[in-house]
Design a binder for this molecule. Structure first.
Ligand SMILES: NC(=O)c1ccc[n+]([C@@H]2O[C@H](COP(=O)([O-])OP(=O)(O)OC[C@H]3O[C@@H](n4cnc5c(N)ncnc54)[C@H](OP(=O)(O)O)[C@@H]3O)[C@@H](O)[C@H]2O)c1
Length: 334
């Protein structure tokens, strides 16, 4: 069957999405963004990927988060997104904020990993080809490289912007002391860091405890949270066992061993708090992050449109009483 031509929902900016200013910048990001780390690779069904991308944009999700190695296989999420660009999104390019990154293992040999100028420059060229794009909106250094001077990595980011291949740049998972060097270098070269991307959720409070949130704000950068649902743990997904189509069952980054009796007890307790608030656990976990303006956006992963629809409902109630917050901390074992 020939695919019908995609026409986005005409009410996509009135469907309940809110947009938050990204640090001291001109950019507004949707409170909920869509990540393509999992569920968009060549092991997944293209029709489902296309459906999710359409649904996201129809609901006002303008930000799509990618990286060179997302898949599996490496590069295939960008290829999937490139097909979606070609098929559906090309006329709407200026309504989209698209990211990619380099920093993790991508190709063999000494130039396909970490933080060298050689790797970042070559990787972005490959990403642009895979995604059918002339430029990305933001390009990230995906992780701090202890062997490469931060200045080399940052100068590559600066030059990428000067070349017009990215409009903005960001850093991901940098420890605070190295992030400080990165913020200063980028600001000194008139390419201020737009975003810090870090793992943040009810179970993982590092951005708070390590001062990453405050540091981003002080440097005029936004903060965008990845794995806001702790890869699916902060949902009802595993309350009745391990579903065959789940991330744990598929193997990979979320291990069966993470489902310890303590974690399951936490999830259960959190699920009860969420139910009292009239939310699913996924909704409450996202709302918990969005309660603070220090979080510009949360990047969700989703294996179905139904999960995305559930997650979007988080925006209906993002305020918490101090009793609820204390209860959540206790349930999370903090
Ligand atoms: N910078 C970095 O180093 C880095 C690292 C990791 C991720 N990221 C970014 O962050 C994005 C999100 O990460 P993530 O996929 O770990 O996010 P997540 O939102 O914490 O987890 C997504 C998974 O949770 C489950 N899920 C989602 N909504 C649900 C719902 N309403 N009910 C039940 N289960 C639900 C699904 O699992 P099932 O698949 O089992 O259905 C889904 O695949 C990535 O795509 C990527 O863009 C960046």
């Amino acid at each position: 069957m020939i695919n019908p031509i995609y026409s986005p929902a005409s009410d996509r900016y009135e469907s309940g999405m809110s947009y938050r200013r990204c640090g001291r910048s001109g950019i507004l990001l949707p409170a909920i963004s869509l990540g393509l780390w999992h569920n968009f690779g060549d092991v997944d069904t293209f029709a489902n990927s296309l459906r999710k991308a359409h649904f996201a944009f129809d609901q006002g999700i303008t930000h799509f988060d990618l990286a060179n190695n997302y898949g599996p296989s490496f590069g295939s999420a960008e290829e999937t997104f490139g097909q979606i660009m070609k098929k559906s999104f090309a006329p709407y390019r200026d309504e989209l904020f698209i990211s990619t990154k380099a920093g993790h293992d991508m190709w063999p040999g000494p130039y396909g990993n970490w933080g060298s100028r050689k790797y970042l420059m070559a990787s972005l060229d490959q990403s642009l080809r895979r995604m059918n794009l002339d430029y990305v909106d933001i390009f990230y250094s995906h992780r701090y490289d202890p062997e490469t001077p931060v200045e080399e990595t940052m100068q590559a980011l600066v030059d990428i912007v000067r070349q017009g291949k990215a409009l903005y740049v960001g850093i991901s998972k940098y420890p605070a002391d190295k992030a400080a060097i990165a913020y200063d270098y980028l600001a000194d070269h008139d390419v201020p860091c737009l975003l810090y991307q870090g793992r943040y959720n009810i179970f993982n409070r590092e951005p708070q405890t390590e001062g990453i949130l405050d540091q981003a704000a002080a440097n005029g950068a936004g903060f965008i949270a990845f794995s806001p649902l702790s890869q699916g743990l902060l949902t009802d997904r595993y309350l009745g066992g391990i579903p065959a189509d789940s991330r744990v069952a598929r193997g990979g980054f979320l291990k069966k061993e993470s489902l310890t009796p303590e974690t399951l007890a936490s999830i259960k307790a959190l699920n009860e708090i969420a139910a009292r608030r009239g939310q699913t656990l996924a909704e409450m976990a996202l709302a918990w992050l969005l309660k603070d303006n220090s979080v510009t956006s949360v990047i969700i992963g989703a294996s179905s449109v139904e999960q995305m629809a559930d997650n979007l409902k988080a925006l209906r109630n993002t305020s918490f009483t101090s009793e609820e917050l204390a209860e959540i901390d206790r349930a999370a074992g903090l």
